[in-house]
Design a protein around this ligand. Sequence first.
Ligand code: FUL
Length: 449
Amino acid sequence: MPNFPPAAPICFLLLILCSSLSGQSFSDLKPSPQQLAWQDLEFGVILHFGTNTFLDREWGDGTADPKVFAPTSFDPEQWMRAIKAAGAKYVVLVAKHHDGFCLWPTEHTDYSVKSSAWENGHGDIVRQVSDAARKYGLRFGVYLSPWDRHEPKYKDSAEYDNYYVAELQELANNYGELVEFWLDGAGSEGHVYNFPRYIENLRMYQPNTLVFADAALFEYGDIRWVGNEEGAIPYENWNVLDRHGYLRWRPVEADTPLHKKHWFWHPNDEATLKSVDELVSTYENTVGRGGQLMLGLAPDRRGLLPEADVKRMEDFGAAIRKLYGENLIAKERIHNQPLEPAFDGDPDTFWSAPAGSHLAQLEADFSKPVTFDHCLTMEWLDAGQRIEQYRIEAWDGKIWKALAEGHAIGHKKIDSFPPVTASRVRLNILASSAEAHIREFQVFSQSGK
Ligand code: FUL
């Protein structure tokens, strides 16, 4: 009889083997340079414009006559001016929604702008929007709906895969660098797609594009959907998630329309326009929780953003600049050279806690008492998301008083609290998986603004 070792050591050996095979721990996961660059963009806009705009619909059924697509004064530069004014850094154009109508003159179907009356069928919305975005310094990306309610090939999965890939190749090859590619799972339940082939094709021509994917298509995404369209990221927000047993850095994007529940333009829809206060709280609940805000804009039948929407975007941008424009640490601090990178208002520089530390304090001192009620902290994420517990504290003359506390910081964390007047404020890092890196520690006074 062979001489077996006792059971307990075998289990122990297996355990060691398994953990070294999976080999991943949350704190070791790091973002790609493309993900980091994308996270720095913070705020984008998704644009819905198509036959639905002309038919008062949200989900077209694919039967609309292309002739209905007839904008009278299409001007994407007007869109871009409003987008810039709001402070967004990139746009994603819905090049094809679920109705299958293509906004560029694709060679693979006639169901496109080619068959519309607009510019006598010679126009290209994708071209003009991408040119306008770049002219205004905005990054450009596309959404190409997998679900297609018009294309007859949709009935045959393999044939439709060829069709989708051909469309994707046109978009990936002809419109410059794409910052983001939206892979939307809506309506696709029960249909089999060759997603690995789609992504391989995209990556071949656009290696730096970030793929957005919702839960159904999660495996293929570099970015994840937040799981709602309300414009809020539940806190705690961690960048590393597991998917079927493997871990990946997968930052979150929260998409929400400027008009409540409406992605496309509708007549007499002023009542659904979100207020500046609602937009500011959306910003604080998305960007302020370390994720991306993707705001939906809808040009009207003229091909212009409604004047009220333009005004709302301008007012939203102005409100954010007013609320977060005057960093009192940058303005009022007593300079302390080693800490300057976190206090200088420049997110390209960062302060590091002592090497190997798991807790640290970052203290800003003022020459006179300063009143503040908001705090903004940014973690330098190149080495991973390290901070696991923190407190914002002010010195009341006797003790450090907690103003706010939390676990995740990530790209950006905004904390609010009742106004406090103090001449010392600190970020107390109570737990970090390795030494913390802080790009920015800022405080603001919003009362009365
Ligand atoms: C969803 C779509 O079904 C909506 O119509 C819209 O395009 C939104 C951004 O994504 O999944």
